[in-house]
Ligand binder design. Structure first.
Ligand code: ATP
Length: 257
């Protein structure tokens, strides 16, 4: 289980981006973080794997506080946290298979990783994972020759190659058409159930959150304003999550400029 307790993050001296953030995400479930632009969704995900250092609080993954880990400990923890990004973050000239194998880098020595030395077992597993996301026949194709939806599926297979406990997905479908969105979200939901993974997803699309999430965390201006089962999200809850605060108005107008 992921348990975030009293997480606070201030950018610079006065930009208070997360304010006393508390929520949990369970294995076997898709948890969606929803909220207006600039609410703090990405900041939460990046704090969880310590890509940015937060100011205070606890981030417990199966009881272990990620914030307290030393450098070696953090590397180990991160190895079991897959990441999926809006822009896929694949290495374009490499094949789908090579990109999936990169999911093992965190478990290898630097030299083996740099030389691209992968065992036959690892190659077999990477092919199986590509099969699992419906891309076996694309294994030897360069990633820049794949569609956006296919690239995102390679990203999912790469995350699975880490043998993750949890996958953090930052706007995974923002660049995808409806058909690819459905394929990617169906895969993420199936993986949560079949592999008992914690799947935590930042989403802009409320309808997709309602369709695919088991659990919803609503954030507005850095504060959690709702947490609960998706079926308990009604219009009042959505209004609370998406209400225009002075902070949100500032971000919206900044984005419009
Ligand atoms: N590196 C940074 N330096 C200063 N402020 C930042 C930085 N990154 C984010 N912020 C601010 O922190 C707040 C939360 O940003 P964040 O990107 O987490 O929001 P978000 O909910 O993910 O937004 P979006 O949906 O638009 O991606 C915003 O006010 C943003 O301007």
């Amino acid at each position: 289980m992921l348990k975030v307790i009293q997480l606070d993050k201030t950018y610079g001296s006065n930009k208070h981006s997360l304010k006393n953030v508390n929520f949990t995400a369970q294995p076997g479930e898709v948890t969606a973080i929803i909220g207006p632009s600039g609410a703090g969704k990405t900041t939460i995900l990046r704090s969880i794997n310590q890509l940015i250092r937060d100011d205070s609080g606890q981030i417990l993954l199966d009881g272990q506080d990620i914030r307290q880990a030393n450098k070696a400990g953090l590397r180990k923890i991160r190895h079991h946290i897959g990441m999926i990004f809006q822009n896929y973050n694949l290495i374009s000239p490499l094949t789908a298979l090579e990109n999936v194998l990169h999911g093992r880098l965190g478990a290898k020595s630097t030299v083996a990783g740099m030389l691209g030395l992968y065992s036959n077992e690892e190659k077999t597993e990477a092919l199986e994972l590509l099969d699992e996301v419906g891309l076996k026949e694309y294994a030897y194709q360069r990633c820049d020759q794949l569609s956006g939806g296919q690239q995102q599926r390679v990203g999912i297979a790469r995350a699975l190659m880490q043998h993750p406990k949890m996958i953090l997905c930052d706007e995974p479908i923002a660049s995808l058409d409806p058909k690819s969105t459905k394929i990617v979200m169906d895969i993420l939901r199936r993986l949560a159930k079949d592999k008992q993974l914690i799947i935590l997803i930042n989403l802009h699309q409320v309808d997709i959150a309602m369709e695919y999430a088991d659990h919803v965390v609503g954030i507005n201006s850095g504060a959690i304003v709702f947490e609960g089962a998706t079926k308990t999200v009604d219009d009042d809850v959505l209004q609370k999550i998406y209400r225009q605060t002075d902070d949100a108005k500032t971000v919206v107008s900044a984005n419009e400029n």
